[in-house]
Structures are given as C-alpha cells and as structure tokens.
Design a protein around this ligand. Structure first.
Ligand code: COA
Length: 378
C-alpha cells in the first residue's frame, strides 16, 4: 500500500449505508429520515423527532402518546446509581461523570446482553429517559444541592429544567432548548457516532457503544466545542472588543472554536434556526448581559466570515444560548448527549441490523522487520 492511498482522518471515505440522516453540504442541507432538520426543529417537539429517528416515520397522536408514556415509564435512576454519583469526584468533568454513569446503567441492567431489535429499542428509550436525570443530578450534586427527582407530569425539555433548577422557564427558553435538542440529535458518521457503530460492530452491548461515544464526543474538536465557544466569549468580554479580538486571534493563527466543519464548507444548515431561537431568547431575557453576548456573537461571526470565509457551526449559537438558560459551561456537552443519544442508538440498531465488523487497514510506516537481540547483548 502506498501513502497516497491512506485517507487520513477517514476524510472522504464512504464507510457504510445509512437511512437515518443525510448531510448535503453542496445544497447546505441536513435531513433526518428525509425531513429538513430546520422544519423538524421549528414544527415538531423533540419527542416527535426522537420517535422519527428511531422508527423512520413521524408519529401520529396515538403513537406519540404511547411513545411518551414509554419514555416516562423509564424515568427515574436507581438509588444505587445516585449513591455512587454522590461519591464521584466533584472536580471531574461532567462528561466523565456521565460516561461512568451510563456505563453503570449497563452494569445494573439485567437485559444488557439482549441485542434483539426490541431489546435495543427498550434500552435506547431507557437511556433517553435517564440521561437527562443523570446530567441534572450531577449539576446539583457538584453545587452542594440535593438532586430533584424526575416527574412524570412534565414533557421532556420541561422535565430537564425542572430537575436542574426546580422550575420551568418561559416558553421561548423551552422552545430554544427543544430546538437545540432536535438540531443536535443526529449527524451521520461523525466521530462519536462512528465510535458507537464500531463498538456495536463487534457485537458488544449498546451501553458500551454509548459509553464509548460519550468519550469521543467529549473532545473539543467534536462536542466539546460548545463549551469552548463560551470560554471564548468570556475571554472576548464585550461587543466593543470582539472585532479586534478576532483579528488578533486570526493573525496569531488561533483555532476559533465554533467555526469550521469537516463536511460543511459554506455554512452549517442548523445554524440559522439555532441563531434565530437564541435571538428570540435574548429578547425575552432582555438583560444587558444577554444583549452583550448576542452582539459579541454577531460581530465575531461577521468578522470570521469576512476575513477567512469560514462559517460558524451549531456549537457557536448553542454555547451562549445554553449559558443564558442558566447552565454551567461544563454541562454543555452532557446536554448535547441528552439529545444525541437518539442518533447514536439509531445507528447502533442500524449497524446491528446488517452487521459487518468494522476493521480498517493501516499503512505501516515503522521499523523494518528485524531480529530480537537477547537482553544481555543489547
Ligand atoms: N479557526 C481558524 N481556522 C480554521 C478553523 C477555525 N475554527 N477551522 C478551519 N480553519 C482553517 C484551518 O486552519 C485550515 O487552514 P490552512 O489550510 O491555512 O491550514 C483550513 O481552515 C482547513 O481546516 P482543517 O482543520 O484542515 O479542516 P478540518 O476539516 O480538518 O477541521 C474542524 C474541521 C471542525 C476540526 C475545524 O474546523 C475546527 O477545529 N474547528 C473548531 C472546533 C469546532 O468548532 N468543532 C466543532 C465541529 S462541529
């Protein structure tokens, strides 16, 4: 094999078929099961989108009712998991806590080894129902507060806010969060999804696949970018400083978090919808802080596009939106998981429905074959 045949970062490699989502950078579009993601985000609740991702069709009222009842029936993490979480290192990143907690879900579930289609769907709904509570409980525990138990009276997004803050915010804030859930839910063969498929391909269990995917998503070149964006906005400090900050960062060849994408080269189709929801939320919140973050985002975006022609990705508006909702910065990537659990598990199911062990080749470029010299003679 020659070097020329190596596809570094697997860039441009078609690794398998998928019917879950389609990324079309040439027309700046992303569809889930054939529906434009921006239409789903604005016209459907996240619960409908979760059903669509798993089942291939949008639900009718009866199907949605049964699906939501199944999710609510799975809410509630075990006392064992909660007591383990109480002992976790509070200085660890919440993604480390979430990764360990999901691994625990697999350890305590007697059906972990059941990878039948029904068994996989049950466990997918279980993780979709319980991951929000893990993220919320961790947030409260690390702030010295008692976790708030899940309630079956509230819808998915409302329940998450209730478990974090003990209250449900204004509808515009819920809508912005719910939109972000839909936009983050699925994105074809990104690094974490491919990790989940790779683990599933060895016919390991679905919890292992999700645990590995969480580890992959944590990196700042992937899901961790929404946190990095917020750290950047804090460093910029004010709208007045934004343009100079960006010009200086570009002059010193800094990687600007929340910009660029491996697949989209002329803009991320999810960004306008998220940006609009972020703006509506800023107007409802109405504080100077909220308006300043909005202005900073706008100026950084404008400057980056004008200077480098590199466009923002979804993490750019999502980071400050989550911050203004009241979430702590290290929670942003766990919140991404609250949504992406749908896409990951749909991919695990798709992989196992037509499984082939994922095992690429490598181009060896190390030492030539040689003989071992005995220890005393080296
Ligand atoms: N800031 C500054 N320059 C950037 C950039 C960014 N965020 N993203 C890409 N570029 C530049 C690169 O420096 C490179 O320039 P060069 O050709 O002069 O060296 C060129 O654009 C191509 O970038 P490259 O890193 O090769 O593209 P990629 O496909 O490997 O990387 C990302 C894609 C997402 C990893 C990259 O854009 C990035 O690191 N972005 C910031 C992190 C982020 O927001 N991640 C979330 C992704 S959804």
């Amino acid at each position: 094999m020659t070097n020329a045949e190596v596809k570094y970062g697997l860039a441009g490699v078609l690794a398998d078929d998928t019917a879950i989502s389609k990324v079309m950078p040439e027309i700046n579009s992303l569809t889930y099961r054939g529906y434009k993601v921006q239409d789903l985000a604005t016209q459907c609740r996240f619960e409908e989108v979760a059903y669509l991702i798993w089942n291939g069709e949008l639900p009718n009222k009866a199907q949605l009712g049964a699906f939501n009842a199944a999710e609510k029936a799975e809410r509630g993490i075990s006392k064992d998991l909660l007591s383990v979480m109480e002992k976790f290192n509070k200085k660890a990143h919440p993604m480390d806590t979430l990764r360990t907690a999901v691994s625990f879900l697999g350890q305590e579930d007697d059906t972990t080894e059941d990878s039948s289609p029904e068994g996989l769907m049950e466990k997918s709904i279980r993780m979709y129902a319980r991951i929000p509570e893990i993220v919320a409980a961790d947030f409260r525990l690390r702030n010295g507060k008692a976790p708030i138990p899940t309630t079956k009276d509230l819808a998915f997004s409302e329940n998450f806010f209730h478990m974090c803050f003990g209250e449900v915010p204004a509808p515009e804030i819920i809508k912005c969060f719910d939109i972000s859930m839909t936009l983050y839910a699925e994105h074809s063969f990104n690094a974490s999804t491919f990790t989940a498929r790779t683990i599933a391909s060895s016919t390991s269990d679905i919890y292992s696949a999700v645990t590995g995917a969480i580890g992959s998503l944590k990196g700042p070149l992937h899901g961790g970018a929404n946190e990095a964006v917020m750290h950047m906005l804090k460093e910029v400090g004010s709208p007045e400083a934004a343009r100079e900050w960006m010009l200086d960062a570009l002059a010193t060849k800094k990687k600007i978090m929340g910009f660029g994408h491996r697949v989209y080269r002329s803009g991320d189709s999810r960004v306008p919808t998220m940006t609009e929801a972020y703006k509506k939320m800023v107007d409802v919140i109405g504080t100077v802080e909220a308006k300043n973050y909005w202005e900073m985002s706008r100026i950084l975006d404008e400057t980056m596009v004008a200077e480098k022609g590199i466009y923002p990705n979804l993490d750019f508006p999502a980071g400050p939106a989550y911050y203004l909702m009241g979430f702590e910065i290290p929670m942003f990537t766990p919140i991404f998981v609250v949504s992406r659990i749908t896409g990951w598990t749909a991919h695990v199911m798709e992989q196992l429905a037509n499984n082939k062990l994922i095992r690429p080749l490598s181009n060896y470029n190390g030492a030539a074959q040689r003989d071992v010299v005995a220890l005393g003679e080296r």
